[in-house]
Design a protein around this ligand. Structure first.
Ligand code: ES4
Ligand code: ZN
Length: 324
């Protein structure tokens, strides 16, 4: 079964490129850029990666992203992730990046997007992996700052497949960003948003109705509202679920409690994704394997989850069909 899951063709739709920064590369970049790190060695890093909730993780994640300085750093980060995709039979990936994490500390938008985009082009040419880029707004910052980064991104619009919303969910509901998402829609950018990870079902409703998102990232708290589950099912709104992320951040105390397979059996369009693989204990295949080990996921369920990942992607219909 593990061999089957590893070789099964799949797409990944919920991956923060900054969250794929492995400790080894973090040390290498810190040295290359002459920057201090709060960790003596890899063991100290492992010790630090124990999170009680989303915010515990985000504090460490933003601090680590500070080792990314040059265009080459962003290239190396992205290339390392895409090589993993090749090993894991990920044929297509839709990659989130958080430009504000970098522009806030003086790195230019161009440095970030040019480094990432060059790696995506090389992966297409050398590994045969297709990818799309989704720019996320940091919801703990203001709507004005989100609008500013959208304006800054507009010359690069052709390189973006959409916009997203991430970071600290509680206290930063979707409606804070209604105008920003209206502007993105006017620019022709489809939207996704993190909702219902730590936040309530109401945040999922508002992401759908106010931000007009095409997919919900996480969304696992939808089960608290039966009417919402019915709408997600009826409209086949994809949920990009991240099982290992959810257990590491204590959304579920144990993988045996995870609701992804229940949602799948109810006909909701759920997918399996890694979120921040360098922090949560694995890439997409480790997420599939965890579902097999804790929830006895069947082969048929795994295949359905993989089909959903292609179906839920932003690829044009023809390219989707070719991968299915
Ligand atoms: C994130 Cl797991 C998660 N949730 C919200 N925002 C994020 N950014 C990176 N990982
Ligand atoms: Zn995420």
């Amino acid at each position: 079964m593990i061999d089957f899951l590893t070789k099964m063709p799949k797409a990944e739709l919920h991956l923060h490129i900054e969250g794929s920064l492995e400790p080894e590369l973090m040390f290498e970049l810190a040295q290359r850029n002459n920057l201090p790190l709060p960790y003596a060695d890899l063991e100290a890093v492992r010790q630090a990666y124990q999170f009680g909730n989303l915010q515990d993780f985000l504090d460490i994640y933003y601090a680590s992203a500070a080792v990314l300085i040059t265009e080459q750093d962003f290239y190396d980060l992205t290339w390392a992730y895409l090589k993993k995709c090749a090993e894991q039979s990920v044929l297509h990936s839709e990659i989130f990046f958080d430009p504000q994490t970098h522009t806030q500390r003086g790195i230019s938008f161009a440095t970030v997007i040019n480094g990432i985009s060059r790696a995506l082009a090389d992966a297409k040419a050398q590994l045969g992996i297709s990818s799309l880029l989704i720019m996320c707004f940091l919801r703990h910052l203001s709507a004005e700052e989100a609008m500013q980064i959208l304006v800054e991104a507009s010359p690069y619009k052709a390189q973006l497949a959409g916009v997203g919303l991430d970071s600290s969910e509680l206290g930063h509901p979707p409606e804070k960003f209604t105008e920003v998402f209206e502007m993105a829609a006017e620019m022709g950018l489809p939207a996704v948003a993190h909702a219902g990870e730590e936040g309530p079902a109401e945040y999922i409703w508002n992401a759908l109705n106010l931000l007009k998102v095409r997919r919900i990232d996480h969304g696992v708290r939808c089960v608290e509202d039966a009417e919402l589950v019915a709408v997600l099912k009826e409209k086949q709104i994809p949920l990009t679920v991240c099982p290992l992320s959810n257990t590491k951040l204590k959304v579920f105390q144990d993988m045996s409690e995870h609701n992804i397979l229940d949602l799948l059996e109810q006909g909701v369009n759920v997918t399996v994704n890694s979120d921040d693989p360098a922090y949560f204990g694995g890439y997409v295949n480790e997420n599939f394997i965890a579902l097999f080990e804790a929830l006895s996921m069947s082969r048929a369920q795994a295949v359905k989850l993989a089909q959903n990942s292609f179906k839920a992607s932003f690829l044009p219909q023809q390219e989707k069909q070719a991968l299915l």
